[in-house]
Design a protein around this ligand. Structure first.
Ligand code: PRP
Length: 179
């Protein structure tokens, strides 16, 4: 375990098993629909690539980058669009793939934005759901795990751009971010 972590919350094996289950549900729900799966950079990149490779049905890929201001531990509520989709989504079935829903600002903004472009459907797939922290409502259609209100890092999740490449998800020691 990385020395800055207090404990491991989800092991590589647990993540892999859950990703396969979600992939099977997506395969069943989107059979023959050629959905567009949208990766929200950067946090969801490992979840997204593992999920798509575990799927058997054909899908298309695209990427968006959204960020709340600053490198603080809490979401600010201000959402910035850093990179938009490269394709039109009118009439398409779209699935937004996120690493974590926290206050809900990001996904609520994103879903509204994508719905305004006339897609056939927009659903949300999120690996972690920090329900306790929700400020604006977000319906998570495909969820990996509920997550306690702890500072979690790894498998794409960062603290000040660190720890993203850990293959598991762990809880960061308070001493690291309260320095
Ligand atoms: C994180 C996460 C979600 C968002 C969730 O992104 O990936 O997009 O915060 O927070 P919210 O529900 O309170 O809006 P971040 O802005 O840290 O960017 P990153 O994915 O590049 O790390």
């Amino acid at each position: 375990m990385h020395p800055d972590l207090e404990s491991i919350l989800f092991t590589q094996e647990q993540l892999g098993a859950r990703v396969k289950e979600i992939a099977a549900r997506l395969d069943a729900d989107y059979k023959g629909k050629n959905p567009l799966l949208v990766c929200i950079l950067k946090g969801s990149v490992f979840f997204y690539t593992d999920l798509l490779r575990a799927m058997r049905e054909p899908v298309e890929m695209d990427f968006m980058s959204i960020s709340s201001y600053g490198a603080s531990a809490n979401s600010s509520g201000e959402v910035r669009l850093l990179k938009d989709l490269g394709c039109k989504i009118e009439g398409r079935d779209v699935v937004i793939v996120e690493d974590i829903v926290d206050a809900g600002y990001t996904l609520s903004y994103l879903k509204r934005l994508l719905l305004s472009r006339g897609p056939a459907s927009v659903r949300i797939c999120a690996l972690l759901d920090k329900l306790e922290r929700r400020v604006v409502p977000v319906d998570v259609d495909y969820k990996g795990f509920d997550c306690a209100d702890e500072f979690v890092v790894g498998y794409g999740l960062d603290y000040a751009e660190r720890y993203r490449t850990l293959p598991y998800i762990g809880i960061l020691k308070r001493s690291v971010y309260e320095k």
